[in-house]
Design a protein around this ligand. Structure first.
Ligand code: SAM
Length: 283
């Protein structure tokens, strides 16, 4: 029995007790480690940062996927960038109306190891006939994708360091704008407002996206194992306002049971604390 410890800031660490280290390897892209513990079940880290665990993954995966579908229930073509654990694809594939999902994950080892150790997110994703799995850089993929070819882009990425850096650039957001159709929505992992380093990432991402998309918002969710527990997704669109345009009855008619997301929470999630609003508005 020992502890996995992650640095949340220069002055603050977070630790989880684990019973077993299940796997450890250095892929061509990053350090990958899988652990098994009692509180959070199986979890894995990339470059020593928590990615996904069995206990709270439902929060992240509900919130990255369902707000977009409740805003535009006619989404048919979805691009997922990153998301190698499969949890985002799993939630998207619950919509029978979705016709095609392209998932572009840079590191095939993340996907293969999650199939082995984390079936809660990975199981069944590869087998779904609507899925196209590609193991390549998401930035390179969007550069070559045709104009207006997706209804929804979900950026399920690591932080803006190492391989994830390109997914937080103006060039990437511009390509996303181009490959989205006129009703297109972009949802992206938008870091956290609390600890300084993450708050700076949040601010920079917001500024870049706001310069490109006519409608941009940020929404929050509670993620116990990410630094500070307070995390954000960005919502950017060419047409839809996620609060004014929410289609509550249409979303309910999908009949999906969700453990975290509901349409009341959807509206509330876009109402941010004052210090977060201020930070997002500061240049
Ligand atoms: N839920 C997690 C979080 O916010 O911490 C994200 C988990 S998901 C496993 C992140 C994935 O993004 C990783 O598997 C990583 O390999 C992938 N990724 C990072 N940069 C990428 C890039 N440029 N193109 C495609 N995938 C990328």
């Amino acid at each position: 029995m020992t502890w996995y410890t992650e640095q949340w800031s220069n002055e603050c660490n977070f630790s989880i007790k684990y019973e077993k280290e299940l796997h450890s390897e250095k892929s061509p892209f990053q350090q990958i480690d899988f652990y098994q513990g009692k509180e959070f079940g199986t979890f894995f880290t990339l470059d020593r940062l928590m990615m996904v665990n069995e206990k709270d993954e439902f929060i992240y995966h509900d919130m990255i996927v369902h707000p977009a579908f409740a805003t535009n229930p006619n989404i048919k073509k979805v691009l997922i960038i990153g998301g190698g654990d499969g949890g985002t694809a799993r939630e998207v594939l619950r919509y029978p109306s979705v016709e095609e999902v392209v998932m572009v994950e840079i590191d095939e080892r993340v996907f293969r190891l999650c199939q082995e150790y984390l079936p809660v997110t990975a199981k069944g994703v590869e087998e779904d006939k609507r899925m196209e799995l590609r193991f390549e850089d998401g930035l390179a993929y969007v550069k070559n994708a045709p104009d207006a070819s997706f209804d929804l882009i979900l950026v399920d990425s690591t932080d803006p360091i190492s391989v994830g850096e390109g997914l937080f650039t103006t060039a990437f957001y511009q390509e996303c704008y181009r490959v989205l159709n006129k009703d297109g929505i972009l949802i992206n992992q938008h870091e956290s407002p609390y600890f300084a380093e993450y708050a700076e990432n949040m601010r920079k991402a917001r500024k870049k996206i706001k310069a490109i998309f006519p409608i941009t918002n940020v929404y929050q969710y509670h993620m116990p194992t990410y630094p500070s527990g307070h995390w954000l997704f960005g919502f950017a669109s060419k047409t839809f306002d996620p609060v004014k345009d929410i289609r509550v009855e249409d979303w309910k008619s999908f009949g999906l049971k969700t453990k975290y997301y509901n349409t009341d929470l959807h509206v509330g999630a876009f109402q941010l604390p004052s210090y977060v609003k201020e930070a997002l508005e500061t240049d």
